[in-house]
Design a protein around this ligand. Structure first.
Ligand SMILES: CC(C)(COP(=O)(O)OP(=O)(O)OC[C@H]1O[C@@H](n2cnc3c(N)ncnc32)[C@H](O)[C@@H]1OP(=O)(O)O)[C@@H](O)C(=O)NCCC(=O)NCCS
Length: 151
């Protein structure tokens, strides 16, 4: 708990996500595989969590609608990643909570993501619910669409 006092969260550029996206989400793959379509759009934003000046976790938010959901003001959460040595310390929770706050300020009502099977519990603990059937993303594996309503 004391350790968490040294962490701070802030908006970052897309390029700052790469030192976390690469080892956590695309290990052994070319660095270009860490760039997502829409990373630099004006409607996209990225959050980083830092320990002193070291970035240890990232998450990105894209203005994007999923046909499984009816609400028109939707955002998609992507690239959720915490460096392995820093996982399990509550940093993922902090990032999601901060993202929710910023989305509420933008009057966004629904947040969704394509959740890796291994991460579904993490998202459930952050109030996301599975909708629809699981599907496969090539080279990554089984995913579920998960969403939550921001109240
Ligand atoms: C998923 C990930 C972002 C979670 O970040 P984190 O900082 O480790 O998560 P937290 O410590 O904030 O955990 C939050 C809660 O989720 C739970 N949780 C986190 N990862 C979990 C996992 N893999 N399995 C089960 N529960 C998990 C924690 O136990 C915790 O529960 P609690 O609030 O009841 O204590 C991180 O583990 C990660 O980067 N994993 C690899 C990449 C990945 O799978 N990203 C998601 C892509 S869809």
């Amino acid at each position: 708990m004391t350790e968490q006092l040294n962490y701070n969260t802030r908006i970052i550029d897309a390029s700052e996500t790469i030192p976390v996206r690469h080892p956590v989400l695309r290990p052994g793959k070319p660095i270009e595989s860490c760039n997502f379509d829409g990373d630099n759009l004006e409607t996209t934003f990225h959050l980083g969590i830092f320990l002193n000046n070291q970035i240890v976790g990232v998450v990105s938010y894209f203005k994007n609608c999923n046909d499984l959901l009816t609400e028109s003001s939707q955002y998609q959460l992507r690239g959720m990643a915490v460096l392995e040595d820093f996982q399990g310390k509550g940093l993922g929770n902090l990032l999601v909570q901060q993202g929710d706050t910023l989305l509420r300020e933008k009057k966004i009502k629904t947040l969704w993501c394509n959740a890796r099977e291994v991460a579904t519990t993490f998202y459930q603990k952050n109030n996301f619910t599975i909708i629809g059937e699981p599907f496969n993303i090539k080279d990554i594996g089984l995913h579920y669409v998960m969403y939550k309503t921001l109240t």
